[in-house]
Design a protein around this ligand. Structure first.
Ligand code: IPM
Ligand code: MN
Length: 359
């Protein structure tokens, strides 16, 4: 298969982790006889520094004409504590999601057996946890009108959802549930928010089309607690933009490291793949960043094009590296490997995948 993949490394640890994924994807292309073409572009603080624009036109054009985007991370401390900043790196990612119409963000969360003790949660609570969060990505409070009063004494963020936005998202989540354990949990705050009541009404009506899926509802505050108390109860979680952002960081505690969580953002035309973690600037250039979330995002990219065996080859390599402790320090305190070493190891596993047997 021929694929053109736009590479947007971004800020902080973004470039070093993305580099490992490109390496891994090249190994997949070689092994399975595909032609993957990679082209890099600027985004985030890196783009502001050079062009004063977190999403330069050339970057957007490249993404539009590519089959998929592999995204690193975004954010820079010099903007974090500066409420006066007019342009922020994050705007680059938000605009990219909006312009590409990437309305659904899919975040799988799984406890790796080998890493069960890495999590601060009790092993018996998380062993076997396996869920996927369907986070709406181009609506809600992230994209509503924003303003600060002239006197600086008040500020507003508007949260809006349309039935259409909810339905297209819910269809995807119901379909995912049909392929999994047939349980869908809508997380909202319908006891307080009007938009949440619209989500509940719309999703309930749609459920008639998916009679094999069991639909239930949780308020987001309770969901945050249940995620820690009993994560195994969840199969597919469907939720709006901001709740999904918060819950997915929380869910990463189950896997033992946020450095393991991958995501796919999809729309009708384009698709983007990125780790859920941020740019982790304190770790940049130290070779300590975990590349696995990015590498697993690359596996989701392959899944998106039905390259299932190829995606499995990546996931298998990741399993092996975890089994053999060829991991960065976030999940291997004693004898850790650098970002690049982990990437090299995955690359070599994929190149000779037939020769490896972990059992
Ligand atoms: C994420 C990130 C982004 C978000 C930021 C960087 C804008 O936290 O992808 O989860 O809030 O969506
Ligand atoms: Mn987030």
């Amino acid at each position: 298969m021929k694929l053109k993949i736009a590479i947007l490394p971004g800020d902080g640890i973004g470039p070093e982790i993305t580099q490992q994924s490109v390496k891994v994807l090249k190994a997949v292309a070689d092994r399975f006889d595909h032609q993957f073409e990679f082209e890099e572009a600027l985004v985030g603080a890196a783009a502001i520094d050079l062009l004063e624009n977190p999403l330069p036109d050339a970057t957007l054009e490249l993404c539009e004409k590519s089959d998929a985007v592999l995204f690193g991370a975004i954010g820079d401390p010099k903007y974090d504590n500066n409420p006066e900043a007019k342009v922020r790196p994050e705007q680059g990612l938000l605009k990219l999601r909006k312009e590409l119409g990437l309305f659904a963000n899919i975040r799988p969360v799984k406890a790796f057996d080998k890493l069960i003790d890495q999590s601060p949660l009790r092993p018996e609570r998380i062993q076997g946890a396996d869920m996927v969060i369907y986070r709406e990505l181009t609506g809600g409070i992230y994209f509503g009108d924003k303003s600060t009063a002239e006197d600086g004494q008040s500020a507003t963020d508007v949260c809006t959802y349309s039935v259409e936005e909810i339905e297209r998202m819910a269809h995807l989540a119901f379909k995912a549930a049909q392929q999994r354990s047939k349980k869908l949990t809508l997380v909202d705050k319908a006891n307080v928010l009007e938009t949440s009541r619209l989500w509940r009404k719309t999703v309930t009506a749609l459920a008639e089309k998916y009679p094999d899926v069991k639909l239930d509802f949780l308020y987001v505050d309770n969901a945050a607690m249940q995620m820690i108390l009993d994560p195994k109860q969840f199969d597919v979680i469907l939720t709006e933009n901001m709740f999904g952002d918060i819950l997915s960081d929380e869910a990463s505690v189950i896997g033992g490291s946020i450095g393991l969580l991958a995501s796919a953002s999809v729309g009708d035309k384009n698709a983007l793949f990125e780790p859920i973690h941020g740019s982790y600037p304190q770790a940049a250039h130290k070779g300590i960043a975990n590349p696995l979330a990015s590498v697993l995002s690359a596996a989701m990219l392959l899944d998106h094009f039905d390259l299932t065996e190829e995606a499995e080859a990546i996931r298998h390599a990741v399993e092996v590296s975890i089994q053999l402790n060829v991991c960065t320090q976030d999940i291997n305190k004693d004898n850790h490997y650098s970002t690049e070493k982990v990437g090299d190891f995955l690359e070599s596993l994929i190149s000779e995948v037939d020769n490896i047997n972990i059992n």
